[in-house]
Design a protein around this ligand. Structure first.
Ligand SMILES: Nc1ncnc2c1ncn2[C@@H]1O[C@H](COP(=O)(O)OP(=O)(O)OP(=O)(O)O)[C@@H](O)[C@H]1O
Ligand SMILES: [Mg+2]
Length: 289
């Protein structure tokens, strides 16, 4: 049971042996234990970002990304969610304060999935996913088992030879996720990856993403505008307000992960959604002031 909690419980140095954990420890407790004993992968302290045109995108931001967690940034448009992901990825730098990373800042360490899958239209699904390995100088032949394994993981094992135009929106997004996962990044950044999809596809991809998170032991920082999606996916939600972008509330989602079948219809889910909605409403009210 412990091994399925968040995929890391058995691989990290714990201050006491696993056999000594209480027998009743459930998956959620195990995830919380991991949180307590691991150092942050990324820490932002009093971080600010001012763009060249003078826009103050972020101010006084304190945020830790803890190894193994599923952290969601939830907030209104323009509050700096994408800016935070770009800073974490090293695509941009803080204007003030500090950002420290406990992992290398290269393509293999940090995967990035954007809202738009941006696939190469002339290349097959296999070749789109192979790209990252090709750029590392790995031959097609050597890469094939890895690419095929990742395609199977995202449910596209039978689509390797298809072209992007032949896929549905949800399938294209799966290719985009596979492209990021093929390098086995310890940290995966996802910027509203499911925003353009219909609700049924989105629900399915939410479940698949949680399964992947458990299986691959990857830390995920996820951005969404959806309260429901944030509660369903996350261990922790950082609710943000705009002008300047900052975190106004952190909400721990203390529900077993992976989610139970009836979680979306449970009272606990409704209560967490109400809490996140209220926080988001607070963020919107601040913008309107
Ligand atoms: N390259 C840039 N140059 C100048 N201003 C920028 C730049 N990128 C973002 N901004 C501004 O910084 C602020 C935060 O932008 P960001 O894209 O991080 O917000 P967001 O929370 O991701 O919004 P959305 O939900 O709409 O994607 C906004 O006011 C935006 O206009
Ligand atoms: Mg954005």
């Amino acid at each position: 049971m412990l091994d399925s909690s968040c995929g890391r419980a058995s691989d990290i140095a714990l201050p006491w042996p696993v056999w000594a954990w209480p027998a009743a420890l459930d998956a959620y407790d195990a995830a919380m234990m991991v949180e307590l004993v691991t150092k942050p992968l990324v820490s932002l302290r009093n971080a600010g970002k001012i763009y060249k045109n003078g826009t103050v995108a972020l101010a006084g931001l304190d945020l830790d990304v803890r190894e193994g967690e599923f952290l969601t940034l939830l907030g209104p448009s323009g509050c700096g969610k994408s800016t935070i992901l770009r800073l974490i990825a090293g695509l941009d730098s803080v204007s003030s304060g500090t950002l420290t990373r406990g992992l290398a800042r290269d393509r293999a360490s940090i995967g990035f999935v954007f809202q738009d899958p941006t696939l190469m239209p002339w290349a097959s699904v296999f070749d789109n996913v192979f790209l990252g390995l090709r750029l590392q100088g790995i031959s097609r032949r050597d890469a094939a088992p890895v690419v095929n394994e990742v395609l199977a993981l995202v449910g596209l094992g039978a689509e390797a030879t298809a072209f992007p135009r032949e896929l549905s929106g949800g399938m294209r997004m799966r290719v985009s996720i596979a492209r990021a996962l093929v390098l086995h990044p310890p940290l995966l950044l996802m910027d509203e990856p499911f925003a353009a999809l219909d609700e049924t596809t989105r629900f399915k991809l939410n479940d698949d993403l949680l399964t992947l998170h458990g299986e691959l032991a990857t830390t995920i920082v996820f951005v969404t505008h959806s309260v429901y999606e944030s509660v369903y996916l996350s261990h922790r939600i950082a609710v943000m307000a705009a002008r300047p972008g900052r975190i106004i509330e952190e909400i721990a989602i203390s529900a077993p992960s992976p989610r139970a079948k009836n979680f979306r219809t449970s009272t606990a889910y409704a209560n967490f959604c109400a809490q996140a909605s209220l926080a988001l409403q607070g963020a919107m009210d601040e913008v309107l002031k």
